[in-house]
Design a protein around this ligand. Structure first.
Ligand code: 3MF
Ligand code: MG
Length: 344
């Protein structure tokens, strides 16, 4: 498969058992080794990790044990011909983080979150990646009055500064999301994430990851969120997927809901040479009806859509687009894009 210089990644969580908040698993859980064995065949180059995807049960282990186990995983990914793209501390599952992690009201919970993030940085180091992704899942509220937004923002800043200081080689990409699991999150958009990074002790090492579904949930256009971050050289990874309006986070296959919106994401990434900067991550989930034997088709479909849209972006008649822009004939521009997407 021609990949035009792009590298593709996904996380082990993107091949999954289909459990949702209303029902138990519907497919058997594959082992990590089984999943790793599938990456290359599916057309992917790199693995995105949560800290505990790499080192399960790390809360019960010493820092030294964690490093040793991570080193074994590094050998596994090497053997599978894969890279590690990033490590993200999973700060939303422990009973200690029910009220948030870095912004929890309980200082003990905040300490736990920082220690856990340091271990995630250690794991990143062992896996050979300098990128840490922070999805700030529980940094927000159900009850606005339960936390102080000024204090919470200060705590988020303190947390990233602590990590930047602890791991001098690490770059942090914040993955904004406006809601779910919280009602209202503190870092809902690219703008919030970039502003936080700019106030940190080392802004050069602070960037963002844009997830399509998260932008849609914030009522924004993913391609504009990409463009905003890229204009500052701050887009370091993406989670491409799709989302049908303002409802639960769907993680549909890329382009499955709105092909034109997907096209515009590919177009802005490619026009700004994202392939020189980062990998294309696909944060997609198989729907619950999918059988075990065909539980990775959402990944193949998403990758195919990306590559087809890339061809369409590169074959777009840019001179024709420009002359329509010059003539301010945007209705004809609309038709040019639609007919191009429909195959001419
Ligand atoms: C939540 C997400 C997460 C993050 C992942 C890495 C499970 O909506 O998108 O995927 O991407 O935790 O940060
Ligand atoms: Mg994501």
């Amino acid at each position: 498969m021609e990949k035009y210089g792009y590298r593709f990644s996904f996380g082990p969580w993107n091949i999954h058992s289909g459990a949702d908040p209303f029902g138990p698993p519907v497919r058997a859980e594959r082992s990590f080794a089984d999943k790793l064995g599938q990456y290359r065949g599916l057309g992917f180059d790199a693995v995105q990790f949560h800290d505990d995807d790499a080192v399960p049960g790390l809360d019960e282990l010493t820092p030294l044990q964690i490093r040793r186990r991570a080193r074994k995983v590094k050998r596994q990914i090497d053997d599978a011909g894969l890279l590690a793209e990033f490590v993200a501390p999973r700060l939303w599952e422990s009973p200690r983080t029910v009220d948030g992690a870095y912004t929890a009201n309980d200082p003990e919970a905040r300490r736990y979150a920082i220690e856990r993030t340091k271990r995630a940085a250690d794991i990143a180091h062992e896996l050979g990646t300098d990128l840490m992704v922070l999805w700030l899942a529980r940094e927000g509220t159900y009850m606005r009055e339960s936390k102080d937004p000024v204090r919470a923002t200060g705590q988020l800043l303190e947390a990233v500064n602590t990590i930047l200081d602890y791991a001098p080689a690490i770059r942090i990409a914040i993955e904004p999301k406006p809601n779910e699991p919280m009602d209202l999150a503190y870092i809902p958009t690219m703008g919030h994430a970039l502003a936080l990074g700019s106030q940190s002790s080392d802004p050069k090492r602070m960037g963002v990851l844009m997830e399509s579904a998260h932008s849609v949930l914030a009522g924004l256009d993913p391609s504009d969120e990409i463009g905003f971050a890229m204009s500052f050289g701050k887009l370091w990874s993406v989670h491409l997927n799709d989302q049908n309006g303002l409802k639960f986070d769907q993680d549909r296959s890329f382009g499955a809901v709105d092909l034109r919106r997907a096209f515009n994401q590919v177009k802005v990434l490619d026009e700004n040479r994202f392939y020189d900067v980062g990998m294309v991550g696909l944060d997609v989930k198989a729907i619950r009806t999918q059988p075990f034997e065909r539980d990775a088709e959402h990944l193949t479909n998403s990758l195919r859509v990306f590559l087809r849209l890339l061809e369409l972006s590169r074959s777009l008649d840019r001179a024709a687009v420009q002359s329509l822009i010059d003539a301010r004939d945007y209705e004809q521009l609309d038709w040019l894009i639609i007919s191009h997407l429909l195959g001419g």
